[in-house]
Design a protein around this ligand. Structure first.
Ligand SMILES: [Zn+2]
Ligand SMILES: [Zn+2]
Length: 278
């Protein structure tokens, strides 16, 4: 006999009852598997593996598919914002299923959401509508870097964005080292400051950004800076850069995300110094 646990796992851990019946499960067999706690009934007509990711389960409970930041993160994409509240796509005329503790943000965007996880391409398009240019751009470059977007997919995303935002796809790169780096490059672009990215400087190594060939910017994308050995390497690189007539500025996650105005002021002042002595 067909095992509902195996079947559900094969369908990604989440399926509608009708789908399971189409694969040969009878309603009494499903009911028995639920009673024996081998599968869960998330809501009427929707079943899940007990091991299903809790975000996906909640989105299914709410009545749609998981999209935006939490979906992108599950795909392995760098996302700036927190996972909560979850954003759930129910389609233009979708129905929301009231449930205990619901804090979900419901998206009535057009299209037909399935169950589970929205694909990367669609989640990025939703993410732009929902969170704007910067959040989109960092996630877009991260997805590209992780080889989750073909060139056709990038073009489809471009077309789906509002016309005023399509340039974001045009300036996107596949080699941004972290989402934070994408964010910094975009913000500097908005200030009219053009940077060269991932430049190899002899005696120094690869640096995140260089401006005017003189000012090096290093962005520490890690949320936790780990220890003395990194610090020593950084200091050695800064000394090597200085010996070659270059200045280095380093910024971390908290500065870029929570104190951008200080970062911006520091960069502009350093640029003025470099240009004065050029
Ligand atoms: Zn909900
Ligand atoms: Zn959203």
């Amino acid at each position: 006999m067909l095992d509902p646990t195996v079947l559900l796992a094969r369908l990604g851990g989440l399926a509608r009852g009708v789908e399971l019946q189409r694969c040969g499960m009878s309603r009494p067999e499903l009911a028995k598997a639920v009673r024996e706690k081998r599968i869960d009934r998330v809501r009427p007509g929707v079943f899940a593996s007990p091991a299903l990711n809790s975000h996906l389960r909640r989105a299914a409970l709410h009545g749609g598919a998981l999209t935006c930041g939490a979906a992108l993160r599950l795909h392995g994409v760098w996302v700036l914002c927190d996972d909560s509240p979850l954003h759930v796509w129910v389609g233009r005329r979708g129905r929301v299923n009231p449930h205990v503790g619901c804090q979900c943000v419901t998206h009535y965007f057009r299209g037909t959401p399935g169950l589970g996880l929205v694909d990367v391409e669609t989640a990025l398009i939703h993410f732009h509508r929902c969170r704007g240019d910067e959040a989109f751009f960092a996630a877009f470059e991260s997805a590209w870097k992780n080889r989750l977007l073909s060139s056709a997919a990038r073009m489809r995303i471009r077309k789906a964005l509002p016309a005023y935002a399509r340039w974001l796809v045009d300036i996107g790169r596949s080699d941004a080292d972290s989402g934070l780096e994408s964010l910094v490059r975009l913000r500097l672009h908005m200030l009219g400051i053009l940077v060269e990215c991932q430049v190899l400087i002899s005696g120094v190594g690869r640096v995140d950004f260089i401006i005017d060939g003189r000012l090096i910017l290093e962005i520490d994308g890690r949320r936790n800076h780990d220890g003395a050995s990194h610090r020593h390497k950084d200091l050695a690189r800064d000394a090597a850069a200085s010996a070659r007539g270059m200045e280095t500025l380093r910024f971390d996650f908290a500065q870029v995300v929570y104190d951008w105005s200080a970062v911006q002021t520091a960069i502009i002042a350093a640029l003025a110094r470099c240009r004065e002595h050029a």
